[in-house]
Design a binder for this molecule. Structure first.
Ligand code: ADP
Length: 377
């Protein structure tokens, strides 16, 4: 279900196993729509569209959280296999329920409170119940940093959005980390090696991944222990990407989880024995999980639409970066670029992480996503 880049990369691996993939998306130009066996145009938040799509398949999985849960519940009741389970999705797609879930399962996460509106938050700030610095997150429908506001002082209160939200303590972040866990119905569990995510403040989303992460053995082991605990608490089948904060005091906190293939696992296509996409298939078909060992150190760059350009996409510098050894570009096939839209990614391999980082820097300065028309603002 859903035809974005994650769906496209899953479909590519499915064809290796000769699995027939049906995709539903609002746009018939979505990346996966172009390569799947059958495409259905539909809105994944609409009950009827999801329900009638579900009636056409033998097993349903997804690459996005914003799906009509009631339709999934009805399909499950009528016997359709859906992985991950709709109830896992129900908890995760609401950041408020997700935070409560962590507390109920004694999984470390930053302190938080729930509010229904901006006015309620402002009152709590005035009453001293919410203290600076804090972070507001919309309970539903946020993605890629949209719907997240960091409020460090009173002058930043205008950043608040008027919607049901989570207000959480701002973490003094040392590193942002991710562990992708896979679990199959037989209960076998495997994690991918821990990844470090570098954040682009301007785009408010992850720009670079580094694998393996530059953290101590203790941090690595504890992160993996926590990620497995989260997957087991959800009784997960499929993949779960657990995003973590390592704070400046050395504490590890869960930021959020995603029950699907994830941006922080793109590098696994070239850099690990099993990719996250293959692992997703192995997990949902209850096959033995694959070896997640690293073949090569890697850096992954998200290829984002250049600010100032909206329109028919043009990739500048693609040929130049292909001259650099270890550079593996993935172009998702979105027709229109917008500022900071994820248009592709590049995985850069190196004999050492330093070599991969040097090559990645070159790619970052060379590959630009622009338009055929001149820049507009
Ligand atoms: P999204 O679901 O849109 O990716 P996240 O919850 O991952 O949103 O938040 C986006 C980014 O905002 C994080 O990667 C992190 O840099 C920052 N952030 C989120 N929560 C906190 C927090 N409690 N303290 C400090 N920074 C945070």
């Amino acid at each position: 279900m859903s035809g974005g880049q994650l769906g496209k990369m899953l479909t590519q691996v499915a064809s290796v196993f000769d699995i027939q993939v049906y995709v539903m998306d609002q746009s018939n130009e979505a990346p996966a729509a172009q390569i799947c066996h059958q495409f259905f145009q539909g809105d994944q938040t609409n009950f009827d569209d999801v329900y009638s799509f579900g009636k056409k398949v033998d097993l349903l999985t997804f690459e996005i959280e914003h799906i009509n849960i009631e339709a999934l519940r009805k399909l499950k009741k009528e016997g359709l296999t859906i992985y991950p389970d709709p109830e896992t999705l129900h908890v995760i797609k609401d950041k408020g329920l997700q935070k409560e879930f962590y507390n109920n399962h004694h999984i470390p996460t930053s302190n938080f409170q729930l509010f229904n509106s901006k006015e309620e938050v402002l009152k709590a700030v005035q009453a001293g119940v919410v203290n600076y610095p804090f972070v507001q997150k919309l309970r539903t429908d946020g993605y890629d940093g949209k719907g997240v506001a960091v409020v460090t002082e009173a002058s930043k209160l205008n950043r608040l959005i008027d919607a049901p939200c989570v207000i959480e303590d701002a973490v003094d972040i040392d590193k942002e980390l991710s562990v992708i866990v896979a679990r199959n119905p037989s209960g076998e569990i495997k994690c991918f090696p821990i990844v470090e995510m570098e954040f682009n403040e301007e785009a408010n989303l992850v720009e670079t991944l580094i694998c393996p992460a530059n953290v101590s053995k203790e941090v690595e082991q504890e992160s993996i222990r926590i990620a497995v605990e989260v997957a087991e608490a959800f009784n997960l089948v499929g993949l779960l990407a657990v995003e973590l904060f390592l704070d400046k005091k050395g504490n590890i906190l869960v930021n959020e989880s995603a029950p699907r293939t994830h941006n922080s696992g793109h590098h696994t296509i070239e850099a690990n024995i099993t990719s996250q996409y293959e692992q997703q298939l192995r997990a949902i078909f209850d096959w033995p999980l694959g070896d997640t060992s690293i073949l090569s150190p890697s850096v992954m760059l998200n290829v984002l639409g250049e600010p100032g350009y909206i329109g028919k996409v043009k990739y500048e510098g693609l040929e130049s970066i292909l001259k650099v050894p270890g550079v593996k570009p993935h172009i998702y096939g979105k027709k229109i670029t917008k500022p900071n839209r994820k248009m592709g990614h590049v995985t850069v391999l190196g004999k050492t992480i330093e070599e991969a980082q040097e090559r990645a820097e070159l790619v970052k300065n060379t590959l630009k996503v622009k338009t055929y028309e001149s820049a507009k603002n």
